[in-house]
Design a protein around this ligand. Structure first.
Ligand code: ADP
Ligand code: MG
Length: 421
């Protein structure tokens, strides 16, 4: 109610605050359940993969080496969750039976180098190695000797192996898949997990044939499957009646449209819950999911910009400057000119125009730039390049970038030379 002066009285403001607080029923029962690394008790729609994986590793319970295994599928299709689930159960069974089995899970992307992968494996076996200082070969020898002394069957899970192979080649896999030839008392089996379906193209044929003794493919989930997965999780994650059916279905549908990614679906659900919570709404509805989608997209763009290499950042920044003066898009030649000037100002050697063209294409496929081929009638065709994201967003990200900050409000000198810009 407004007072005589037309201003909302202090009393009314507080009424509002208290009312909101009291009526604000909790949304989450346990939001941790929606995090990526939470391992659920049940993994619906992966029964077949669980069975295949189980059958592959089962021989170790009878003291026989299990086949090497290659698992692949896009992100969020449950590869990590299923593998950890099966191995945990195997561990329990092996203990019951007293089978000499050990296993070690390594995320290769996080480990970052072959040395670190071997270091994790050594640590798991209780073989000590220094943090640095040994050659990769020496670490491998210590690992092999340590392993053999234990007389066990060792299952090595190398998750996100594609990341390591693309950066460092397949030497690690080569060594590991050949190890049984030199081991006397112990045996190894390798489970490689790849998010990239083209992993095979990066592998030496010998490594490939030995690693893929067995193969399991994880197909993307469809909307119905994602809905079931979310439904099971939501029971533990949300308070009763705090999640509408419409919101749940929308999360599943949006994630299915992307590439059947359960991780994406869980993110949408969690962020939608947070949006509802912040607004003081007691239940998550479709509008909260829509807002969550925007939040996630916004963060994805910021992350992508931050993680670009210096030259890609300079290309985006050049397009930013050009789009400011001409919104219809810039041609590669102009981008190259501004880019060259920025490189010169920074004292870094510029890439060739051809290489810059490749970067533009990469940035286009990442959704940061938009490169469109336009017909110029009898003058042939040309490519017009625009920013695909808000210029203010790119500016904000680069403004906080140590090396680039001062170029955000920079006025390229070549602009004054080229009136057509
Ligand atoms: P990937 O390793 O293939 O990228 P993850 O195994 O990490 O995928 O799965 C992503 C997220 O989705 C995890 O939180 C995981 O628990 C969940 N998830 C994936 N598949 C299922 C499923 N079938 N049932 C329940 N949760 C699942
Ligand atoms: Mg994974």
């Amino acid at each position: 109610m407004k007072g005589l002066s037309g201003i909302v009285s202090n009393c009314d403001i507080l009424d509002d605050v208290f009312e909101k607080f009291v009526s604000n029923t909790k949304v989450f029962k346990d939001r941790e359940v929606l995090r990526h690394d939470y391992l659920p008790e049940r993994l619906p729609h992966r029964e077949e993969q669980i069975k295949l994986l189980g059958e592959t590793v089962a021989p170790v319970l009878k003291n026989a080496r299990s086949s090497n295994l290659l698992i692949y599928g896009k992100t969020g299709t449950g590869k990590t969750a299923v593998t950890k689930y099966v191995l945990n159960r195997l561990g329990i069974k092996a203990k019951e039976l007293g089978a000499p089995v050990r296993f070690c899970y390594v995320n290769c992307r996080m480990a970052g180098s072959e040395y670190r992968v071997f270091a994790v494996l050594c640590q798991n076996l209780g073989v000590s190695i220094p943090f640095t200082g040994l050659s990769a070969g020496e670490v491998f020898d210590r690992f092999q000797a340590g392993l053999d002394a234990l007389s066990i069957i060792f299952i090595i899970v190398l998750d996100e192996i594609d990341a390591l192979i693309k950066a460092r080649g397949d030497g690690l896999l080569y060594e590991l898949t050949r190890m049984n030839e030199t081991l006397g008392r112990s045996k190894v089996a390798v489970v490689g997990i790849s998010n990239d379906l083209r992993l095979k193209e990066f592998l030496d044929p010998r490594v490939l044939s030995s690693l893929s003794e067995e193969e399991v493919v994880f197909r993307p989930y469809d909307a119905g499957e994602l809905r079931n997965i979310l439904l099971e999780r939501s029971v533990a994650a949300f308070c009763e009646k705090a999640l509408s059916d419409g919101a749940l279905s929308l999360c599943a549908a949006l994630a299915a449209a992307e590439h059947g990614d359960a991780r994406r679906a869980l993110d949408l659900l969690r962020v939608a819950g947070e949006v509802a919570e912040r607004k003081g709404d007691g239940c998550v509805f479709e509008e909260h999911v829509r807002e969550a989608e925007k939040h996630i997209e916004h963060n994805r763009v910021i992350e992508a910009l931050r993680n670009l290499t210096l030259h890609s950042k300079l290309v985006v920044l050049s397009v930013c400057h050009l789009n400011k003066v001409n919104a219809s898009g810039a041609i590669t030649g102009d981008i190259f000119e501004v880019y060259n000037e920025l490189c010169c100002e920074m004292g870094v050697t510029p890439l060739t125009q051809r290489r810059l063209g490749t970067l533009v294409n990469e940035l286009d496929s990442m959704g940061l730039l938009n490169a469109k081929v336009i017909s110029m009638g009898r003058y042939g065709r040309t490519k017009k390049i625009r920013l695909e994201i808000a210029r203010s967003l790119a500016r904000d990200v680069f403004a906080t970038d140590g090396r680039l900050g001062r170029f955000v409000d920079y006025e390229p000198k070549c602009f004054s030379k080229n009136p057509h810009n």
